[in-house]
Ligand binder design. Structure first.
Ligand SMILES: Cc1cc2nc3c(=O)[nH]c(=O)nc-3n(C[C@H](O)[C@H](O)[C@H](O)COP(=O)(O)OP(=O)(O)OC[C@H]3O[C@@H](n4cnc5c(N)ncnc54)[C@H](O)[C@@H]3O)c2cc1C
Length: 315
């Protein structure tokens, strides 16, 4: 376990965008994490901030890198204990779903095709098709980055809500999720597999997965935030996610932005709430499109778009 210097973040981002991380630590166990953090505390650097990286599927790294330590959580391992699963935070959701199929365990089918790691999904309470990560969580283990104390929280203590959890708070952001205990139910293997495959196929059909991307750029717009004069028109295109919302993709499309390009970044032709990297997109190109959409949507509809993605580092 070594703390590397000047590591290219582009190689760890689903977007294939991002400059150099001043320091980079990859850990495969809680013990390695503790050891790495002790080393980090002894490094005399002006860059003392840190960032926890999972699968890099929801992050736009800046072209000018990150002035601090990036900790890549690679804690793996899935263990079955009756109907409970103990899973490392660095396990990919896709691997966890394979395990669920193999062992006839139901509860996570909604996550078919959800990219990223278990840790990232717990922190953001990721969800789709009416399901949310919180629904089958029994306990979450984490390590406090300052005290190196290991903490176990039950579901309620994780403060889960829509795409939110304790781990997004100021205090909670100083904890690295290391291990998660899930409670699932036994069900017919073929039935589980069928539902997961349906979700995967839906995503292949609807999302521009043929290009590097970081999922939906903007949150869908809560119905309560739609101006009264537009409620009737947009109401018919609403969906429940799990609260009533209008898809941002539709609003962006109505502004004529589908297919719009800056450099190698482009509002996807297939799904305009995705900005795809056509090859050599820079973070600045993506940001320019984000600002363009915010401005045009506000001018046309008086609706404020809000990012679902995170910006990390120097732009
Ligand atoms: C094609 C595509 C489709 C998507 N569809 C959906 C969807 O349907 N629903 C949805 O909710 N999201 C969706 N996303 C977004 C993303 O996949 C999820 O949010 C995912 O759970 C992020 O996991 P990650 O491991 O990639 O996290 P990262 O992108 O690496 O990090 C995201 C955040 O989690 C934190 N984090 C990561 N690991 C840990 C850890 N071990 N401990 C503490 N904090 C941690 C990071 O610090 C960061 O703040 C999609 C993304 C893509 C590219």
């Amino acid at each position: 376990m070594v703390i590397q210097k000047n590591v290219l973040l582009k190689n760890y981002s689903n977007y294939k965008i991002g400059g150099l991380a001043a320091y980079f630590l990859e850990v495969e166990s809680t013990e390695e994490l503790k050891e790495g953090l002790k080393k980090w505390n002894n490094i005399n650097s002006e860059f003392k901030q840190f960032f926890i990286l999972g699968g890099g599927t929801n992050i736009l790294f800046g072209d000018n890198g990150y002035s601090g330590l990036v900790i890549r959580c690679e804690i793996k391992g899935i263990k079955l204990k009756e109907e409970r699963i103990k899973v490392g935070a660095g396990v990919l959701m896709s691997k966890l779903l394979d395990f669920c199929i193999e062992n006839s365990l139901s509860g996570l089918e909604w996550a078919g095709g959800l990219p990223g790691t278990v840790g990232g999904s717990v922190r953001g309470n990721a969800g789709a098709f009416g399901g949310e990560t919180k629904d089958c969580i029994a306990e979450v283990k984490s390590l406090n980055i300052d005290s190196l104390e290991e903490i176990t929280r039950n579901n309620q203590e994780c403060w889960f809500s829509y795409r939110d959890s304790y781990f997004k708070t100021d205090k909670g952001s100083r904890e690295i999720i290391t291990e998660v205990m899930l409670t699932l139910k036994n069900k017919d293997k073929e039935e589980i597999k069928k539902i997961i495959e349906e979700k995967i196929n839906f995503r292949i059909k609807k999302h521009p997965l043929e290009y590097p991307n970081i999922g939906s750029i903007f949150k869908n717009i809560e119905m309560t935030k739609i101006p009264d004069s537009l409620k009737e028109e947009f109401g018919q295109n609403g969906k429940t996610d799990p609260i009533p919302v209008i898809p941002s993709a539709r609003i962006i499309n109505l502004c004529g932005l589908k297919g719009k390009r800056v450099g190698d970044a482009q509002f996807s032709e297939k799904h305009p709430n995705f900005i795809v990297n056509l090859g050599n997109a820079k973070a600045g190109d993506v940001k320019a499109l984000v600002e363009m959409a915010k401005k045009e949507v506000f001018e046309k509809f008086k609706i404020q778009l809000e990012e679902e993605i995170m910006y990390v580092g120097n732009f």
